[in-house]
Ligand binder design. Sequence first.
Ligand SMILES: C[S@@+](CC[C@H](N)C(=O)[O-])C[C@H]1O[C@@H](n2cnc3c(N)ncnc32)[C@H](O)[C@@H]1O
Length: 103
Amino acid sequence: MLDLDRVFGRPAAKILEIGFGMGETTALIAAAHPENDYLGIEVHTPGVGSLLKEIGERGLTNLRIIQHDAVPFWRDMIPAAALSGVHIFSPIPGPRSASRSAA
Ligand SMILES: C[S@@+](CC[C@H](N)C(=O)[O-])C[C@H]1O[C@@H](n2cnc3c(N)ncnc32)[C@H](O)[C@@H]1O
């Protein structure tokens, strides 16, 4: 299980976003709410790269990314009680893998 306060280096509200796509909305929300910490999970490699670029250019310290299937992540790696909220925008349900997504 992840210790999210340790990952972000502070106690703050933690919001998980599942399937952030290219991450434009994720970056805007994180920039608008520096009081919260945001953890985005996505399998799509171009989206991960795009959001990493945004994080660097905007200097965001309250946004982290995991490239992984959200289904086992949710089941095994995240203590749901540690989250203040979950964002899911325009979801496509079902298990995905990085290689399948990139094909
Ligand atoms: C329709 S797109 C929406 C992207 C973004 N939320 C938006 O509103 O523009 C759905 C996204 O969810 C991701 N996704 C779908 N299933 C996933 C899973 N099991 N784990 C991680 N990401 C997933 C896809 O790769 C895709 O980028």
